[in-house]
Design a protein around this ligand. Structure first.
Ligand SMILES: Nc1nc2c(ncn2[C@@H]2O[C@H](COP(=O)(O)OP(=O)(O)OP(=O)(O)O)[C@@H](O)[C@H]2O)c(=O)[nH]1
Ligand SMILES: [Mg+2]
Length: 303
């Protein structure tokens, strides 16, 4: 039944803020990963599944490559490594506005030697043709790249030709996930990510980087189309707590209102969202609290 069917895993990698999650969502056609203008938005590897008539493309969105400064950063970099394990191909995303860096070269040299590697030169909408061509030229100098496709993930430009190149890397095989699903993330996890996304947008300076979210309650009220969600916004310092709450609770209210709207869209029911703010000192260096916040810390220990 599946003789001509293709199915495989493609890891999406690149520097922080390159547009990996925006591209994941554009390819899947659904919001699988949260997006923000801040680097280090994605903290876990996440699956996005695109089901076609004769293929199932399983995308692994990963955290942006950066120099880890704490245990959370180390965990994120381990997630990239683990996301690259046993994949059928790599989709490497470069921000055309930033051009090629030493880290991009290093990653690509290493990747092309191992698996089919496709490059998405992203944010073509934000640069001149000259800038775009200069980077394309540099990429041409790297031997072994399967394809380079200039795109705009945000404006959904050139996504179809990119998809065509990606599908070439998939082996013949039956689907590995149900063909009517686009993610395997739980609703609880998605809810925590949506709340974190709003915190990333609405908080300033270093505060949003130290935010974690844990869902304490996610329950449908019996006999009603209403879902109650209680969540903790965890921050790193006592002084941050006051900032997250804001004057007269205004900031927390803004975060809750924005998150509730997205949660209602995701769940398709009315949501009552209650947010609490808690301080867990320097939690980004505590494996214990990271585990409490749902980070699958065993990734940190794997090699
Ligand atoms: N102009 C422009 N901006 C884009 C494009 N794609 C993504 N962005 C923006 O770039 C920023 C980062 O996007 P993300 O998708 O979160 O980037 P990421 O690579 O997943 O980032 P990390 O998870 O932090 O590594 C956001 O502000 C996006 O709106 C694009 O094609 N054009
Ligand atoms: Mg991301």
């Amino acid at each position: 039944m599946y003789e001509n069917f293709r199915c495989g895993f493609i890891c999406i990698a690149g520097l922080a803020n390159a547009g990996k999650s925006t591209l994941t969502n554009a390819l899947v056609g659904e919001k699988v990963s949260i997006v923000s203008w801040r680097p280090q938005t994605t903290r876990n590897k996440l699956l996005g599944i695109l089901n076609g008539d004769d293929y199932q493309l399983i995308l692994i969105d990963t955290p942006g490559i950066h120099e880890a400064k704490n245990r959370l950063g180390e965990y994120m970099m381990r997630s990239v490594k683990s996301g690259m394990k046993d994949v059928d191909g790599v989709l490497y995303v470069i921000d055309a506005a930033k051009g090629m860096s030493k880290q991009d070269y290093e990653f690509l040299e290493n990747s092309v030697a191992k698996v089919p590697t496709i490059v998405a030169l992203n944010k073509q909408d934000a640069v001149t043709r000259e800038t775009l061509f200069a980077t394309l030229e540099k990429l041409n100098g790297i031997k072994g790249i399967a394809a380079v496709v200039p795109i705009s993930a945000k404006k959904e430009e050139n996504i179809a030709p990119l998809l065509e190149e990606i599908l070439k890397a998939l082996p013949i095989g039956a689907p590995l996930y149900p063909t009517d699903e686009y993610t395997v993330s739980s609703s609880r996890f998605m809810a925590s990510e949506i709340i974190r996304e709003k915190a990333l947008y609405l908080l300033d300076k270093e505060v949003p980087y130290g935010i974690g979210v844990s869902i304490n309650k996610f329950e449908e009220r019996e006999g009603t189309p209403i879902v109650d969600i209680d969540a903790d916004i965890v921050c790193e310092k006592q002084s941050h707590k006051a900032i997250v709450i804001g004057k007269g609770g205004e900031k927390l209210k803004q975060i809750a209102t924005a998150a509730r709207k997205d949660l209602e869209k995701m769940i398709g029911e009315k949501v009552f969202l209650t947010l609490y703010v808690r301080v867990k000192n320097e939690w980004r260096d505590s494996e214990y609290i990271m585990r409490e916040l749902g980070y699958d810390i065993k990734d940190l220990k794997e090699d």
